[in-house]
Write a protein of this length. Structure first.
Length: 285
């Protein structure tokens, strides 16, 4: 199916790059599949207090003390954080998450990074300020932008994340074999479709220097988000950024790996001692 779509868009792009870009945008903005709650996640999922906040399904566990926000990625859902939720609850935290619009059990259409900022702000008003924020994949730029714009969080854990906003268009075009002309038109369609034609979004929404302590976790076999994106996160945050490299977990299994969960939560626990870093972290990157 992907090969047919790729050939079709490439053929249309030769005749009309603008039309090819518009069609690519329609595909780019649709998840096409919703993540379902897995059997291993069901107990944690069912234990959550579910509310509708800003028209999306939100989930909260614990007694409300020491809230930690969990932000999922593309085609994913809050229940993917089941392992994190269990560990956070054991340590007295109160996890909070949401199914993004058109994801999980939330209705509606996909929203931009600004829509996620609004949702995260609403969750902060209801549950925050946050002890920490944990995000995965596309959730990383969403979470970091919300924090940059004022959402309070002591520490941040960013897993398999996108740092360069333009990577979202570049990776999509690379996967389908679409050339620079369609890439350019796709970017224009994104600008018009979500941001009133603002051509500055590629810089505005890319990750920049932040004030919070940041743990970056990425896998050397990630076939969805290039591990080089981790390097951008580390360089932008400088001395405040710490790196936990992993191997053999890919893009998705990293989120349920017990060692990753343990290190990520340990990093949040160190928020009162910012000079300390969890054992095993590579600070030389």
């Amino acid at each position: 199916m992907q090969k047919l779509v790729s050939v079709g868009l490439q053929t249309i792009g030769v005749v009309s790059p603008r039309l090819g870009g518009r069609l690519a945008f329609q595909l780019w903005r649709r998840p096409l599949a919703r993540g379902r709650v897995r059997a291993s996640e069901q107990l944690v999922h069912d234990a959550a207090r579910v509310e509708i906040v800003d028209n999306v399904n939100t989930y909260a566990w614990g007694d409300g003390q020491r809230p930690v926000l969990l932000v999922h990625g593309w085609r994913s859902r809050a229940s993917r954080y089941a392992g994190f939720v269990t560990r956070l609850l054991e340590l007295g935290y109160s996890p909070v998450s949401y199914d993004a619009p058109a994801h999980g059990d939330s209705d509606g259409e996909v929203v931009s990074i600004l829509g996620h900022q609004r949702i995260i702000r609403a969750l902060e008003e209801r549950h925050g300020p946050f002890e920490g924020v944990i995000a995965h994949s596309l959730g990383v730029p969403f979470a970091l932008y919300a924090v940059r714009e004022g959402v309070a969080a002591k520490r941040l854990v960013m897993i398999s994340g996108v740092a360069d906003f333009g990577y979202l268009a570049d990776a999509f075009c690379a996967e389908l074999g679409l050339g620079p002309k369609i890439n350019k038109e796709l970017r224009r369609s994104i600008e018009r479709g979500y941001f009133d034609g603002d051509g500055g979004i590629w810089t505005r929404f890319s990750v920049t220097t932040g004030k919070a302590e940041l743990l970056v976790i990425h896998n050397d076999e990630d076939d969805v988000v290039d591990p080089a994106q981790a390097g951008l996160l580390l360089r932008n945050y400088g001395e405040r950024a710490h790196f936990l490299p992993t191997t053999g977990l890919g893009h998705r299994r990293i989120l349920s790996d017990p060692a990753v969960i343990a290190e990520a939560v340990a990093f949040l626990q160190d928020s009162a001692q910012d000079s300390d870093v969890p054992e095993g972290l590579d600070l030389s990157a």
